[in-house]
Design a protein around this ligand. Sequence first.
Ligand SMILES: Cc1ncc(C[n+]2csc(CCOP(=O)(O)OP(=O)(O)O)c2C)c(N)n1
Ligand code: SF4
Length: 348
Amino acid sequence: MRSAVASAGPALTRDDFQSDQDVRWCPGCGDYSILAQVQRVLPELGVPKENIVFISGIGCSSRFPYYMNTFGFHTIHGRAPAIATGLKLARPELDVWVVTGDGDALSIGGNHFVHLLRRNLDIRVLLFNNQIYGLTKGQYSPTSEQGKVTYSSPMGSIETPFNPMRVALGANASLVARSLDRDTKHLQMVLKRAHEHQGTAFVEIYQDCIVFNKDTFAPLTDRETKDDNVLYLEHGEPMVFGKERDKGIRLDGLQPRVISLTDGQHSVADLLIHDEHDRYGTLSDILATFQERVGFPRPVGIVRNIERVCYEDVMLEQIDKAMARSGPGDLAALLAEGDTWTVGPNGS
Ligand SMILES: Cc1ncc(C[n+]2csc(CCOP(=O)(O)OP(=O)(O)O)c2C)c(N)n1
Ligand code: SF4
């Protein structure tokens, strides 16, 4: 269910969304940029501050609600989706955002995370992926690459990492997107699109943990290399990338291939056209594999955007129907009915 829109009050600015708390991330942490982009975008969304709620779990990223001058809840590790679900069902008019990290969402909170996505409540989920546990000082996370040497994997992680986009698509998330902390305009665009979406919008944001996983995303953010390593997706447009826009993605049977647009063998007409509304996710599933393929660019932007019924709309309808049929109900009477007994002293 859509959140309530703004009344005709004074226009809000970025400053209106800054809280009075000192921001306690390490200097240079990518979280600062994400916070700034969220605070820049919110005034444009037209939602009154008192209708916005940020709910987080535990981690550096999860300190986010303290820094927002909105309602917020710093909950327990991995459980932000559960709290957000309860809140959205009780107060469906609120604009609910979940902020989580790769550890919070995909280790301890993996179960809650996938069920939020499959249920499709109208909630936005921002996953700050720094491929490490930041708050607890640098243990490998479920998105750390195989072989990653950390305090908890001194000989290199032997685990196959989660690909968050594949997890989200596997849970049939209705909006799946990716952006980067340092690509500020792109991140703002993705946040706005996530907000427009009705249903659970999952946004993976690559975030630099400058202390424990410095420069992990440098090839995707450094000026000299990013154009050759990032594929900016645009609905209805051919998949072109490269500093000279000289490369593209073509489908060869079921396999995507990177092709040159300057070798005289191919042209833009041969390239895959992005379709974010592809209902069954064939294209988004292919795009999600790019990060595992050597020599492929990393897709960013809206990977998938389909319409699905929102969980809270159907649940509220069911509650209305049940009340029309059986009246408003009486919880105390329900708890006391049927076989009940009283526990006496010493458990007798
Ligand atoms: C029940 C429980 N288990 C473990 C922890 C320790 N812990 C706190 S944050 C965290 C991981 C944070 O990593 P991530 O979600 O990637 O966030 P980041 O700090 O990198 O932003 C862990 C394991 C905890 N606080 N509570
Ligand atoms: S430990 Fe890493 S993620 Fe946490 S505040 Fe510092 S730089 Fe940011």
